[in-house]
Unconditional design. Sequence first.
Length: 360
Amino acid sequence: MLIKLFPIFLLVLLVSSVFASDYSDFFDRYPNSGGGGIDNSDTPNKKDMSFTFETSCDNNLLQVFNFDDPITDARISIIGIDSPFVLTNYTDDDGFISFPGQGIKVKIGITKSGYHPISITEVLISQSDCEEPEPEKKPVDEVPIYECARNSDCTDSEYCYIEGRAPGGQCHAVIGCGVSSNHILIPYECGDAMSCPSCPEDKYCSNNSCVSIDIAGPSSAYLGDDGLFYASNGGVPCVNCNIIITKPDGTNFTMKSDDGGFVSVHFYDVGAYMVTLQKGLTTTSAVASAGARNEVQGDVESPKFFLQDYYLYVSIILIVVLLVLVYLWKTKKDEIDGDSDQIDDESHSSDQETHAEEHY
């Protein structure tokens, strides 16, 4: 019985030895498959390996190092998972190895004598991420369509915009602070639009023009008098305009100018009155000082000053009259003296002729 089973036993032993040899050779070539190519024994004298991995459209780059020192001639075994990709190579002097491939998952085994082995799994960059977009196709026979070649081809409120040296262009609206006329903008001095400028502080905007306002009146007055103030708007009477009267005690009240632009202010108290013309947000003011008649209050003069001026004028007139009279008197006297001298000369000549006649 044993003799009959001996050939079968030899056949089983032969097959087992062949399978063991093939199995060992496979894992020795592809350590990531978990075979004997990776020595997982824990040896105290072995060093640790580290790695970096980058995948890109151009290439996949793996570097192996120990701390900052690159590891040369480390064996790199790469096997595709669910793909027929297989590659074995060694790191260069800088510890690098590069290999192609996109869109697959791989197992990478790293071995080196004297180092602990490493087994990792990585996914290579997707092929779709590496596809370049197709360039935009432009119509070959596209011919630009021009609306105009000159301003007259557009409406009155548009102008012809021609880019560069093109033979034609497009009609664009004339925009800005103003009114379009004959394809150009006639600008406003001011306005409500965002692009319109503002007027100076002493003017306000009326019908897109900056208009000045003014108020004029006496700078002094007597207590109890009425002062007449004139309000103007752009050089013409400011009719029915707001006139704010601020009294010396700081209180104020508002009046309206009449059809001629006038307003009459009564001076109740001693002190400065501020008369302000208001037009929109623009204001201008005039100041008048009120004082008693028997004293000087601000710019108000007492009557005695007017009397002194009267005496001065009368004195000047009298001096002028006196000088004229003196001049006339002297002129007349010279004429009289001249006539007297002429009579004396004639009388002397007559005496000489008489004396001569008697001598003969």
